[in-house]
Design a protein around this ligand. Structure first.
Ligand code: NAD
Length: 471
């Protein structure tokens, strides 16, 4: 993967392109652009065979214009400082795009998780949590991590438990991390939130007649051919919701290779096949593509890179045939590929907008932890009673009775999952139209990415100015 070493420079380049459309002072723009705190640390791990190994780790807080700061923790052998800085910066801009009141942060541990036993992973994660807590990089009002590449609910539970042990009796301790299992203070819908958000973003774009006309596609998601790279948390759920929403999954790519079937694939069947055989390849009815990166270049309507950054570069951009690129991963497109996509008339739906579903629902989880009550618990039955009275009035007025199935569908009162999904849907729809408006209203803004960065710069700048930090 090219360009990873200078991922932070790439984000800076995107920032600078958007900053041209503002007249803020150089000092204010510098303050927004810079990473406020970079904590790099090492700690020892005793391996099962008794040897000591030194583990390298980071936590970066990009901007504290809003607190807490927020951002995932990545476990990967490729983790490096510019990467964590870049991902922290993207979090600041992403939160601003979807109006989530957090600053940006990110963490990383340089390990290949599958090379470690469960016990070792737990010790690494708990030690990491301990180290960042000691330095003021963890806490419900300070810095709230979440899952990212290579981590999930399990790691978040270990972090929450470590924090709670260090802060006995702290009422809001569970709010120190999001993406926890529902039984440990998590919120229903968080695991699938990023993928669901990607679907809402795509559906909104496909329903915009002007956008579809410009790229020569019919309106609506129905029948659109979708290629997804990465069948992890983001890719799997994006594939699922796009397929359920009418898209056809014509190819799925993983590390070991890709598979294609123009008639359509089912992500769950492919996932089970990979689990059983250890590889995505040789899936019944599909064609193998041994060079996994070649899947990105397939003829399709929607390409969803949902694995890692810098996979779409100036080198392969000329060969990309998709009409829409939906950026599930953070930073999948390098700045030198972006103008090529623009010239080719490809609609790029940028990461800092379309993969923001995860942090949006993380915000809901944090609110739930602070309020100590499940969403819907207070109002579900009350709303159901109101809905049932309305149905009764309709029955009396029309003389027709609803069936039990109809009654169940029309009057069930929202539960947590309904409310979370509804909040996510509203957030993704509102933010998409805000980006369209910025692109339309600001002369010269060439694409949605620049619009997204520009909107975020305005929001963060306003925050600094209102705080009195900049005149
Ligand atoms: P994950 O670890 O659950 O899944 C990543 C998947 O990508 C894995 O299955 C891995 O095998 C696969 N992969 C790795 N290299 C590949 C390659 N070269 N080709 C094809 N597949 C490859 O991680 P995730 O949480 O789904 O994160 C994926 C991306 O989405 C990252 O860029 C992450 O920063 C971003 N993201 C994640 C979230 C979230 O809520 N988890 C939110 C926003 C953005």
């Amino acid at each position: 993967m090219s360009g990873q070493a200078n991922f932070f420079d790439q984000v800076t380049q995107y920032f600078n392109e958007a900053a041209r459309f503002t007249d803020y002072s150089a000092g204010l723009l510098d303050q927004i652009r810079t990473c406020n705190s970079v904590y790099r640390f090492d700690f020892p791990l005793r391996r099962a065979e008794g040897k000591i190994e030194v583990i390298h780790a980071w936590r970066v807080q990009h901007s504290q214009h809003k607190l807490p700061v927020k951002g995932g923790i990545r476990y990967s052998p490729d983790v490096n400082e510019p990467e964590v800085m870049a991902l922290a910066a993207l979090m600041t801009y992403k939160c601003a795009v979807v109006d989530v009141p957090f600053g940006g942060a990110k963490g990383g541990i340089k390990i290949e998780p599958k090379d470690y036993s469960l016990d070792e992973l737990e010790r690494i994660t708990r030690r990491y949590a301990h180290e960042i807590a000691k330095k003021g990089f963890l806490g419900p009002g300070i810095d709230v991590p979440a899952p990212d590449y290579g981590t999930g609910e399990r790691e978040m539970s270990w972090i929450a438990d470590t924090y709670a042990a260090l802060n006995p009796g702290q009422l809001n301790a569970l709010g120190c991390v999001t993406g926890k299992p529902v039984t440990q203070g998590g919120v229903r819908g968080r695991k699938e939130a990023t993928g669901r958000g990607l679907f809402f973003a795509l559906r909104e774009a496909c329903n915009e007649p002007g956008e579809m006309q410009r790229i020569g596609l019919p309106k609506g998601l129905d029948g659109k051919r979708v290629v997804v790279q990465g069948l992890g948390n983001v890719g799997y759920h994006a594939a699922k919701f796009c397929r359920e929403g009418g898209g056809i999954l014509i190819a799925l790519a993983e590390r070991e290779g890709a598979i294609a079937n123009p008639k359509g694939l089912n992500e769950e069947e492919v996932f089970q096949h990979r689990k059983a055989t250890g590889s995505i390849l040789n899936f019944p009815g599909a064609t193998n593509i041994d060079n996994t990166a070649a899947a990105l270049e397939l003829e399709c309507d929607v390409l969803v890179p949902a694995a890692l950054e810098s996979v779409l570069t100036a080198e392969n951009a000329p060969r990309i045939k998709a009409k829409i690129i939906l950026e599930g991963a953070n930073g999948p497109t390098t700045p030198d590929a972006d103008p090529i996509f623009r010239d080719k008339g490809i609609l790029v739906i940028p990461d800092i907008y379309c993969n923001a579903g995860g942090v949006t629902v993380s915000y809901f989880e944090w609110l739930k932890n602070l309020s100590h009550v499940r969403f819907g618990r207070m109002q579900k039955r009350h709303e159901q009673a109101n809905e049932l009275s309305m149905l009764k009035a309709i029955e009396q007025a029309t003389g027709r009775s609803f069936t039990d199935v109809e009654r169940e569908a029309l009057a069930h009162g929202p539960d947590e999952q309904d409310l979370v999904n509804s909040g996510l849907e509203e957030t993704m729809i509102a933010a998409f139209h805000e980006l369209l408006k910025i692109r339309r209203d600001t002369k010269g803004v060439p694409d949605l990415r620049t619009a997204a960065f520009l909107g975020s710069i305005h929001k963060v700048a306003r925050s600094y100015m209102e705080l009195g930090i900049f005149p």
